[in-house]
Design a binder for this molecule. Structure first.
Ligand code: NAG
Ligand code: NAG
Ligand code: NAG
Ligand code: NAG
Length: 288
């Protein structure tokens, strides 16, 4: 008796687990711009009602536009979002070919049993401009949202469409918060931060005088610099003037000649080299 019961139970569990052809939470999780909408579906448990349906269209609103609902209780948000779940399959093509250019759509809110008048319906209208507009079908509402694009589709089980802004039904007592500033301004500081290092790269090259001072402790503890010294010894005349990265090895070579007064001697070598170059240039000019 118990084995057959177990078998029955496992069959039952298997079928109940696979009745849903889709998982709205997983579908939306591939689109981070709808993460707040997805969070609301989870918090309001609307995801379960959506997954239990066979033929459905979800009108999703991206994070920034959805933040206009942030000042409302979860109850108001649940009522509002259940208006965003249409109990039929609509893709972009089907919406753009409405037979009479306008029609009413039944939503999940209608099936909640608390809808009065036309509250549970949406009015979808093909505008002359080619746009598809949505609004509550209840008296006194406007077609305040429009179709943006298709987000996901599993014909003819589920379609997820993006709409521009939440659909507001007049009777729900929805508070609308102002939207945060758009994203672009955050990109500007990043560009400035990227540009900033470039001027700072140039500054080290302007201070070859500092390089010898920093390098002075090295010859004192390590015997390695002398081995490098011969190769670098020829360099100090041109190196400090040409580029910064090379300026520290030559300074070791310069310091090696006279360990104790190294900073000043290194500087003198650099100044001396500069003087030689200037004098050479002057004499060349004079000769010319
Ligand atoms: C639906 O997807 C979410 C996120 O991937 C997961 O946590 C959840 O368990 C899934 N639900 C079912 C019934 O598979
Ligand atoms: C379209 O409009 C006509 C006349 O106004 C009406 O008879 C018909 O039922 C409408 N069709 C739909 C699908 O609403
Ligand atoms: C939808 O709203 C528009 C504008 O308010 C209206 O002209 C149209 O008749 C409505 N459509 C339906 C099916 O009620
Ligand atoms: C739609 O759901 C049915 C089962 O309800 C499934 O067999 C079919 O593969 C699904 N279609 C898509 C495109 O996922």
């Amino acid at each position: 008796m118990s084995p057959s019961y177990m078998l029955f139970l496992s069959f039952f569990l298997f079928f109940s687990a696979t009745t849903s052809a889709f998982n709205i939470t997983r579908l939306l999780s591939k689109h981070p711009e709808f993460s707040h909408f997805n969070d609301y579906l989870t918090q309001t448990k609307l995801y379960a009602e959506i997954n239990n349906r066979r033929t459905i269209t979800v009108l999703a609103v991206e994070n920034r536009a959805l933040s206009s609902l942030s000042g409302n209780s979860l109850d108001v948000i649940k009522k509002t979002l259940s208006l965003h779940v249409v109990l039929d399959y609509f893709d972009v093509e089907k919406l753009k070919e409405l037979s009479n250019k306008t029609t009413l759509l039944t939503t999940l809110f209608q099936s909640s049993g608390v809808a009065t008048n036309q509250e549970g319906f949406l009015n979808v209208t093909d505008l002359i401009t080619g746009e598809v507009a949505f609004g509550s079908a209840a008296k006194g509402s406007s077609l305040n949202a429009h179709l943006v694009k298709s987000v996901a589709a599993q014909p003819y089980n589920i379609s997820v469409l993006q709409i521009s802004t939440p659909i507001i039904a007049p009777g729900f007592g929805v508070t609308i918060s102002p939207l945060p500033p758009p994203a672009p301004p955050t990109e500007a500081p990043t560009k400035a931060a990227v540009e900033a290092p470039t001027p700072s790269e140039k500054t080290p090259s302007q201070s070859p005088v500092n390089a010898p001072t920093v390098a002075t402790p090295e010859p004192a503890d390590t015997p390695i610099p002398p081995s490098d010294a011969p190769s670098d010894a020829n360099a100090p005349a041109d190196a400090p003037m040409s580029n910064a990265p090379l300026s520290s090895p030559p300074s070791v070579g310069a310091a090696d000649e006279a360990p104790s007064p190294s900073p000043s001697s290194g500087t003198r070598v650099a100044i001396g080299a500069g003087l030689v170059a200037v004098i050479g240039l002057l004499s060349a000019l004079v000769a010319f």
